[in-house]
Design a protein around this ligand. Structure first.
Ligand code: ADP
Ligand code: MG
Length: 391
């Protein structure tokens, strides 16, 4: 592979820089370039024949991250996911970061998948997607340590906020609507604006993080897939490798393994239900003490506008929500959770609907719920939401 290398002279903290070729997922570090030791301390940007790689991320050493996280101490642990433990860390320059230490999986695909995730993350740039700052891939004894370094989101994940973990206060209705809109914008960006477009495949409340101002950001693209122009994933999703989380699977994905943008929309519908009800996607039924699906529990209630305001809302809201907005959120959830993927809205349509009820920055609201309709999907959705609402 021919690479054109150029140096960027910038004050640096003596770190090498990760660079990769987009198409070949090829990783180059200074140690792999013969005689390149003299370059240490200078960040590098590589460009291949198809252009400069768009994202430049820092390559950290394992010891640097070990030091930042107090040797990955339990006091610094801020999250445990399906594939990793996440630690709060402070870098030498004082910056607070989240260090995601991936569990070793073994297998030939392990490194490839890690590199794919970095390659994909390095191309993203959106205020509702958690930014990747750097990574580490280093052998420690016989084990390959793989770590990702992200900006730290001080309010943690949405699920913990709804569960009032660590003394968190109950989330007000307006915050919930803003979180829904922020997450919808992040997902819309992945679906429509990222190049190539991206299917997340694991949208859920623990993968939506909240910063100090409760702005929502999508994270955990470990299972994401790039889309070809026709909207089909670049790799066929084999049913033998079902990825994702119970409680969020769209029916067509659970049954035949068909992942699409609309299966992400279904999972987003489950998140909307969580915001409305506060319930977990799979929770213990108070009467039978068995596991119950939130989607199944909510479906009949979503059909009846009286039950939408009497039975669905999270008790921690203490009835403090505009009934009309609750109807619109419930209607949106119902549309996203349609059995037929084609009938579900796109994320752009979801964003448009949420924009009509989300507070503006200065705390006021857009009060422009459309009462005259040209029959676009959005206004049709809003129309039926409002018609089902008995004023
Ligand atoms: N950037 C971050 N800032 C704050 N907390 C984070 C951050 N990234 C992850 N976490 C916490 O760690 C949890 C697991 O992270 P995630 O990336 O979803 O890992 P996994 O791929 O193992 O599921 C999240 O639900 C969240 O609580
Ligand atoms: Mg996760």
């Amino acid at each position: 592979m021919e690479l054109h290398m150029r140096l960027r002279q910038e004050p640096s903290e003596g770190r090498t820089c990760c660079v990769a070729r987009q198409e070949l997922l090829h990783f180059i570090t200074l140690s792999e370039i013969p005689g390149a030791d003299f370059l240490c301390g200078c960040p590098l940007i590589f460009s291949g024949e198809s252009g400069t790689f768009p994202g430049v991320i820092i390559r950290f050493s394992f010891s640097e991250l070990e030091q930042a996280t107090g040797k990955f101490s339990d006091e610094q642990l801020i999250g445990v996911g399906g594939s990793s433990k996440v630690y709060r860390g402070q870098l030498a320059d004082g910056k607070v970061v989240a260090v995601k230490k991936l569990r070793p999986l073994g297998g030939a695909d392990e490194d490839y998948e890690f590199l794919s995730e970095i390659e994909l993350l390095s191309r993203l740039n959106h205020c509702h997607v958690v930014p990747l700052l750097g990574y580490c891939s280093e052998s420690q004894g016989r084990q390959l340590e793989r770590l990702l370094v992200f900006e730290c989101m001080s309010n943690g994940n949405l699920r913990d906020c709804l569960d009032l973990k660590q003394g968190k206060k109950a989330m007000e209705w307006q915050t919930r609507v803003s979180v829904a809109l922020g997450a919808a914008r992040g997902l819309e960006y992945l679906h429509e604006a990222a190049a190539p477009r991206i299917l997340h495949r694991d949208i859920k409340s623990t993968n939506i993080l909240l910063d100090d101002k409760f702005r929502a950001k999508i994270t955990d693209l470990g299972m994401a897939k790039c889309l070809m122009n026709d909207g089909v994933t670049s790799c066929s999703s084999s049913p033998a490798r079902m990825l994702g989380t119970f409680g969020y699977f769209a029916p067509e994905y659970a049954i035949v393994g068909k992942a699409s943008l609309k299966s992400d929309v279904f999972s987003f519908g489950v998140v909307i239900l969580e915001l409305i009800t506060g319930r977990q996607p799979i929770h213990k039924s108070p009467s039978t003490r068995t596991d119950e699906s939130l989607v199944i529990w909510a479906t009949s209630r979503l059909q009846d506008s009286r039950l939408v305001v009497s039975e669905l809302p999270d008790p921690t809201l203490q009835g403090k929500f505009p009934a009309e907005e609750m109807q619109i959120m419930a209607h949106l959830a119902r549309e996203c959770l349609q059995w037929d993927p084609e009938s579900r809205p796109t994320m752009t349509e979801v964003v448009q609907i949420l924009s009509t009820i989300a507070p503006l920055h200065h705390g006021t609201k857009r009060r422009n719920l459309p009462m005259t309709f040209n029959l676009t999907t959005v206004s049709a959705l809003l129309c039926s939401a409002l018609l089902s609402f008995q004023f």
